[in-house]
Design a protein around this ligand. Sequence first.
Ligand code: BGC
Length: 822
Amino acid sequence: MRNSLVLALSGLVLAPAVSAQAYDSGDRDREDFSWVQPKNTTILGPYGHVPPVYPSPNATGVGGWEDALQKARDFVAQLTLEEKADMVTGQPGPCVGNIVAIPRLGFNGICLHDGPLAIRVADYASVFMAGVSAASTWDREILYQRGLAMGREFKAKGAHVALSPVCGPLGRSAYSGRNWEGFSPDPYLTGVAMEETILGHQDAGVQATPKHFIGNEQEIMRNPTWKTNGTVGEKVQEAISSNIDDRTMHELYLWPFANAIHARAASVMCSYQRLNGTYACENSKAVNGLLKEELGFQGYVMSDWGSTHSGVSSIEGGLDMNMPGGLGGYGMNWKAGSFFGGNITRAVNNGTVPVERVDDMIIRIMTPYYWLGQDKDFPGIDPSTGDLNTFSPRSTWVREFNMTGERSVDVRGDHGALIRKHGAAATILLKNENKTLPLKAPKSIAVFGNDAGQITEGFYNQDEYEFGTLVAGGGSGTGRLTYLVDPLTAINARAAQDGSLVQQWLNNTLIAKTDVRTLWLPTPPDVCLVFLKTWAEEAADRASLHVDYDGDDVVDSVARYCSNTVVVTHSSGINVMPWANHPNVTAIIAAHFPGQESGNSLVDVLYGDVDPSGRLPYTIAHNASDYNAPIVTDIQTDGFYDWQSWFDEKLEIDYRYFDANNISVLYEFGFGLSYSTFELGEINVENVAGSNITSRPEHLPVQPGGNPALWETLYNVSIPVTNTGDVDGTTVAQLYITLPDSAPEGTPVRQLRGFDKLSLAAGQTGVANFELMRRDLSYWDVNAQDWVIPKGEFVLSVGFSSRDLPVTTTLTPVKGCTKRKL
Ligand code: BGC
């Protein structure tokens, strides 16, 4: 059975088995199509075992890259076969990823650097807020400005490619260790964030790399295990397989990648784990099918660091660049050879891989390079990056690298001010009893918690993070701080203006076990500020949704005697907050990972210089056990393929799940308070597509982002918003849609499809605008293999969170069954 299926599939692939030893694993992996039998065929839909999609489509440059593509073709025409192999294979060098130069053609090579909140391997660079904070702003302009400022820093350091931004993980599970690098479990919000960030990066002249494609929703077992501990040896177990049905794939996980391609992202990084049984980087359905064909992606697919598991299978499956290039656990065992490199020349010479495929790989790599003008006056690599790069230290370099940039060039510009502003805009006020905030020149302030003060173990990927405030998580998505404004320092500076007394206790163990009345001066403080944190890092998932270091006990201890306790969290993402309804906890702020100006951003909000306008990019449930979609932490068996994660919850992640099951939550998706109050006026819906809207889109030639008909605006929705309070303020108007009953089972109750952030003076009225595109009103029909607008009546709901939607109206784009059972 297994062999016959392989035979049936192999008729569709390009190449027979090859002699190169490194390719064996690839051919073996291809057989993996046969083993994954859908757990439940109806759940898995059309690809429980990954249908083959071959050959890998050639780039055409469609969508504005035509001229650049011609330059890339001319470049490729001049390359020798060995140079071609170099162009698609990373090598050890000064950057996190390196494509070597070809001096005879005036090509200076390509420098690739992490990551999603900073250029990581660099000195004198800024640490921006993390993705989760950026999403909390719900502000397109800020998302763009952050992306632009980051891009400028990458470029000034000589990095052609930013390994940013992240939309995989999307955030299926609250526990995933890398959720903070990305934006939100809502695909619409994340899609907008991807698009704006990518436009920002690329407007700065740097290639963006949306990652990790696709289904990388947990860290545990993201890679296979090896007998020889991370080098080339015998595999013990294959990496986890994310098993995702077709509809869920399109409506959740692929959705923000479509935005990324729509924004003309240069490159996409494929992920570590398996997808429906086949490694993501050789998954022809995902890479050739979804990305290159359906979404019309014209750039190149690079592997995550060591996520290439084969030569021919990967090349045929659509992988265009192998990073960092070597074999072994993380591709770092440079001496062990490469699935690409010399094997490319052998495979082309022995006819296994057509040279046209290799040419297309390079055309895809060089087209965005020319499109962004990276062949002209691009800054040289800062030599300091070579010193800081522990990933491929100098001792590993085998080729010459010409680092012509200025050493330790300071690329920060005025970004500190921007980061302060952005951090404040990302600050989410969850509770504010008796208008305790903003602070009004309190006479006495008590500061508690190990998150309040300065970092004690260095400014880069600390081993231990008990003491000091958190502004980023760990792993490749972190940044190297050049300074850090911690909350305590900023509070002291601000309090000095008012002559306030500031006392501090930063040892959680001490606070948790002490009667705090014995700590503070005889008079109780006017306000107790409690600082809590939650770490998360790459290659590990979170074990708990509680704050770290006995933080819950710290709040209990303080709130027992301090009647005005304000809790601030610096967390990687979702926390349960068992103390939220404590009567003495008067205010709660979720500040996430705000970047280097953390303390200043917070003080701006605490004292009311800036209105808190962050909104939750996820749901805070009452209990950890309320969340669904757990990650797989242990499988209790040792079968080679046994690590499986079934995305059985389908579309029901985060608020979609809580809404579908009517589960009460503590703070819902989209929630956040302002110091002012807002009211909505009458909703206005304008049909801009005419009366004959069809269920199925017109099939126009595919452009980057897919069928352009999906991106056409069908309706413009607007609604007046009035600041009814007595202070200036900022709010986020949000639009959710409910599809008609004719939509298939499993359709979420409500889905975000628009948001608009408005700053209004007290008493002022503005207008929130939302554009509804065809994709926004469609579901993915697995039978039609198309986006379909269901017949009947939609409900549009507008308000200030996913559960505060005072204004509703209906809409019937396609006539049909009009009755709704609500
Ligand atoms: C991460 C990527 C990162 C790469 C290079 C990998 O471990 O998954 O996100 O870009 O390392 O540091």
